[in-house]
Design a protein around this ligand. Sequence first.
Ligand code: ATP
Ligand code: K
Ligand code: MG
Length: 710
Amino acid sequence: MTPSRTDTTAAAETYADGNPLGTPGEHKHHTKAPAKLTLTTVAAALPVAVRKLAPRQMIHSPVMFTVLVGAALSTLISAVRPSVFGIAVTAWLWLTVLFGTLSEAIAEGRGKAQADSLRASRKGVHARLRLPDGSTRDVPGTELRLNDVVICEAGDVIPSDGEIIEGLASVDESTITGESAPVIRESGGDRSSVTGGTRVLSDRIAVRITAETGQTFIDRMIKLVEGAVRQKTPNEIALHVLLVSLTIVFLIVTMSLAPFASLAGATPSPIVLVALLVCLIPTTIGALVPAIGIAGMDRLVQHNVLATSGRAVETAGDITTLLLDKTGTITYGNRRAVNFFPANNVERTELIEAARLCSLADETPEGRSIVDLAADKGVTGPDLAALRKTSGAFVVVEFSASTRMSGLDVDGRQIRKGAASAVAAFVEEAGGQTPAEVDFRVREISAEGGTPLLVARISASSRAEVLGTVHLADVVKPGMHARFAELRKMGIRTVMITGDNPITAKAIAAEAGVDDFVAEATPEDKLAVIKKEHAQGRLVAMTGDGTNDAPALAAADVGVAMNSGTPAAKEAANMVDLDSDPTKLINIVGIGKQLLITRGALTTFSVANDVAKYFAIVPALFTAAFPGLGLLNIMGLATPSSAILSAVIFNALIIIALVPLALRGVKYRAVSANQALGRNLLIFGLGGLIAPFIGIKIIDVLISLIPGIG
Ligand SMILES: Nc1ncnc2c1ncn2[C@@H]1O[C@H](COP(=O)(O)OP(=O)(O)OP(=O)(O)O)[C@@H](O)[C@H]1O
Ligand SMILES: [K+]
Ligand SMILES: [Mg+2]
């Protein structure tokens, strides 16, 4: 029988219908809605904001720390020489600092509900620890150590992160993914990792613990959504330097105004100087920077992506190349044997028996599926234990991504299966040959995107022969084509790197719609591809799931591991996609770009705003001393005092007014970076220049209605 296109499709259907657990729903986008900005959330954030006023915390933001010092200073002055003006300015200075910490607290608070439900998911979880003698003992989940082995059965909550070392189970991961469709996790392959806090629905697995207490996935997620782990990104550091410089410049400007003005007999009071300084330094962006960063991470979590660093998120905004592995990333990774094709003078049963024999000890999904298919075809024979008893010398050759083969040496025979080129070389070295009809079959299976495995045997008398081919079928995740087209529009080139042969790679690349592919790649090759891209000055993202992807995931600027993947892959990556969706990079890039654009836009606004304030209030301040300046007082502000107070109030209120924008992010459209920059400079620069004139004038009019100020 010829494996036709329908064969693979049939496999796909069984996969989807017959085994709904196998379709992990890992491609759906179920973005969690961000917490709304309500009075309740603001009220809840208020005590946190007050606690953040501690100088020890404030020092991290030099701009806001300057305001804090100014507020303290004017409090002192007002205490000694109280005036309505002094007290009013002092109050608004304190509000300015508070609005800053409040914006940060609100941003942090939005993840709180999610953090609480994550914490609840592992409360009081018990573990069945496997002891050396094979018996088990109940221990609290918190007492587990690295490399402990625990047994989990249907209904159990998995006590910590780990790797399945025995068995297969369907797992409900909805606590972390929000997706209720169960997923299959199994030992041996690239879907072997389990997450603490998720629940086993069926079957029984032995899990080796891979996370230290307090450093599990859920711990990391809690810290992320609460905004607790925040390291300044390179972009933030650059901004930080800019803000500090501006603060120093305006400090000097304000200080030099004092002697200059007193020469003219108009010595300004220290409170006026403090107020002036606060108006001029970039308080708006200084106050909103933490909220912008936290909101960006939060948006990522809402898309079911966990990032270990803000840096990766920002880098994602500039990615130009996306590398993807095939099996488990572009395809579901549930590669299963669907047919056996013997060579011309080999009996079908002989091939099936050999394929089965060399898969008995192969704990990969591919290996197990061959044993299953053999049983379906009526070939059962001895299991591994029985074989061990009846035969003499017995060596298991495990599969590795560099040899691309696996098998057994038993009773002087060497039985192997593996990638066609690898097995062909193995047989040739022993003096054998790959028959033409087998070659033909290999190409046929590959051409339709299947993975052919050759089965070969070297007998005790050193006769090397290829026995036939096993057809492994996998299914491309749906919707790839359109999503890769979208990436192309964003200027990102997609390259599939796979360990599989070139013909299969070509077929899958065409089916998925990637721009390019690299076949027969070893883990080193995957790494080399990244180095090559780097050498050409490109920023590279890599998505993968296997241990063979780990070096590349670590070397990429943005490494996104599929949540279904191995612990090694997840460890090496700087992001994990809980939905195991390789096209999630589109959202990640969007979030990264939006983060950078939002920060840039608000910085532009903030600086423009401050410059405008200078021209809005300085003339008003000195009209009495220098009547000539009255011409510049185009705003016709009532008195110098009300001009200053209006500016301070405006300066504080603008922070609150921009919190929603900081949290939501500036609208991001798929335009080039230059276009986005130009557009934002126009809107936020111009807006920043005009806003103070209007805002301060309105406040000034309102204030002049209040008696006692001026
Ligand atoms: N258990 C196995 N025993 C023998 N050969 C195998 C086994 N599993 C896979 N192979 C062969 O080895 C090749 C390389 O496998 P590897 O895991 O490195 O890459 P892959 O899974 O095909 O692709 P990707 O790198 O995209 O995940 C496979 O294409 C297949 O031909
Ligand atoms: K300011
Ligand atoms: Mg893989």
